[in-house]
Design a protein around this ligand. Structure first.
Ligand code: SAM
Length: 332
C-alpha cells in the first residue's frame, strides 16, 4: 500500500498534540461490522476504520467485545533508528517484559525483519524478558510511514466466563451484542444509571456488572427473574432485578435497554411491544431497543427520535437479523 505524505503528516500532528495517544485494534465477524461501528460512535465519537481507531479516550479493551487491544503510545518516529533511540531515552527498566509486533494494514515488513525489530526493541529495555507470563507487554507497529512504540493492553476475554452462567434461556441475546448495548446506552460512561427493562436471565446485566456499570433489571416472569438473580450472584455481582411488569417501575434512569420479546418462548403481540416501549419511555429519555422487526414508526409515534440504528445478523443465519435502535426523547 502506498503511503500518503498528507496522511503521515496528519497522523504525526495528532500524535504530537496528544490527541491520538491510544491506538485500538478491533476484531469482529463481518456480521457484526455495523454493530462495532455503532458502538465505536458512542464510545469514541468516531468509527473504527480497517479495524483500527486512534483516540485520546482511554477505555479497557475488555469492556468491548470488539476491541482486541489498546496501544498506549510512548514514542513514535518516521525513522526507525530514531524510534529505537527514543525508546532507549525512556530508560525503561523492568523484569518480565515482552515485546510484540502488531501488523497493521499497509505494513509490508517481512517476518524475519519483524523478528529483528523485536530484538532491537528488547535490547533497548533493561531487565529480563518473559514470554509466557509477562508483567508488561510492549509493542511496535508501523502505520502510514510512522514507527510507533507503546504499552499494549489486551482484551483478555475474561468475560467469557459468563458463558458458564448457571441459568440459560433460549431467548438470550449474545454476549457481544450485550456488551455493545451497555456501551451504546451508557456512552461508555460508568456514572450513568441504566435499566435493562426486559432483562430475561440477565445476559446484558452481567456484561454491565463486569465493566462496573450501574445497572438494574426488570423481568415480568418470576421464574426467569429468579434465574437472572441467580446468574448475577453466581459471579458475585450485585444489581437489583425487579420482578415486575415494566409499567410498574417508577424510578428514573439515564438510559434503558429493551431486548423485546420475540418468537414462541417470550412471544409478544404488537400491543405488548407498544406497552413495553411506552412504559419504559415514561422513566427515561434515552432508549436502546433490540427488535426483530421494523419498529421505526412505533418509536416515532411515542415521541422519540431515532438517532442511530444498525442491523446484526446471526453467523450462518443471515435471514435472522436483530435491529438495534438508539432513540432519544424529542424535545418539543
Ligand atoms: C427477548 S427476552 C430478553 C432476553 C434477555 N436479554 C436475556 O439475554 O436473557 C424478553 C423478556 O421480556 C420479558 N417481558 C415481557 N413483557 C414484559 C414486561 N411487560 N415487563 C418486563 N418484562 C417483560 C419476557 O418475560 C422475556 O424474558
Amino acid at each position: 500500500m502506498k503511503i500518503s505524505q498528507k496522511e503521515t503528516f496528519l497522523v504525526l500532528r495528532s500524535f504530537r498534540s496528544g490527541l491520538n495517544n491510544h491506538i485500538y485494534s478491533f476484531i469482529y465477524d463481518n456480521t457484526e461490522s455495523e454493530l462495532c461501528k455503532l458502538e465505536s460512535r458512542y464510545i469514541f465519537n468516531k468509527e473504527e476504520k480497517n479495524r483500527l481507531l486512534f483516540s485520546d479516550i482511554r477505555i479497557a479493551p475488555s469492556s468491548s467485545a470488539f476491541i482486541k487491544n489498546r496501544l498506549d503510545l510512548i514514542s513514535f518516529s518516521e525513522d526507525y533508528a530514531t524510534l529505537i533511540d527514543e525508546i532507549k531515552k525512556e530508560c525503561i527498566c523492568i523484569d518480565g517484559f515482552k515485546v510484540e509486533y502488531l501488523v497493521f494494514d499497509g505494513d509490508t515488513t517481512e517476518y524475519s525483519a519483524r523478528l529483528q525489530k523485536l530484538r532491537d526493541v528488547g535490547y533497548s529495555i533493561e531487565g529480563n524478558p518473559e514470554y509466557y507470563n509477562p508483567t508488561t507487554t510492549y509493542a511496535i507497529c508501523y502505520y502510514e510511514g510512522i514507527w510507533c512504540f507503546g504499552t499494549l493492553i489486551k482484551n483478555d476475554f475474561a468475560w467469557y466466563k459468563h458463558n458458564g452462567k448457571p441459568c440459560s434461556y433460549s431467548n438470550s441475546i449474545g454476549m457481544n451484542i450485550a456488551k455493545a448495548l451497555v456501551n451504546i446506552a451508557g456512552k461508555a460512561n460508568k456514572s450513568k444509571k441504566l435499566l435493562d427493562a426486559c432483562c430475561g436471565v440477565g445476559t446484558i446485566m452481567l456484561e454491565a456488572c463486569f465493566t462496573g456499570v450501574n445497572i438494574e433489571g426488570c423481568e415480568i416472569n418470576w421464574k426467569i427473574c429468579r434465574n437472572a438473580r441467580e446468574n448475577i450472584s453466581y459471579f458475585n455481582y450485585s444489581a437489583n432485578v425487579y420482578r415486575s411488569d415494566i409499567k410498574d417501575i417508577s424510578k428514573r434512569y439515564d438510559a434503558a435497554i429493551i431486548d423485546l420479546p420475540y418468537n414462541l418462548v417470550s412471544s409478544a403481540t404488537e400491543s405488548d411491544i407498544v406497552h413495553i416501549i411506552e412504559s419504559t419511555a415514561e422513566i427515561t429519555d434515552r432508549l436502546v431497543i433490540v427488535s426483530t422487526s421494523n419498529i421505526a414508526s412505533l418509536i416515532t409515534n411515542i415521541g422519540f427520535r431515532i438517532s442511530d440504528q444498525c442491523s446484526v445478523s446471526k453467523r450462518g443465519k443471515r435471514k435472522f437479523a436483530r435491529k438495534i435502535w438508539v432513540c432519544e426523547k424529542d424535545v418539543k
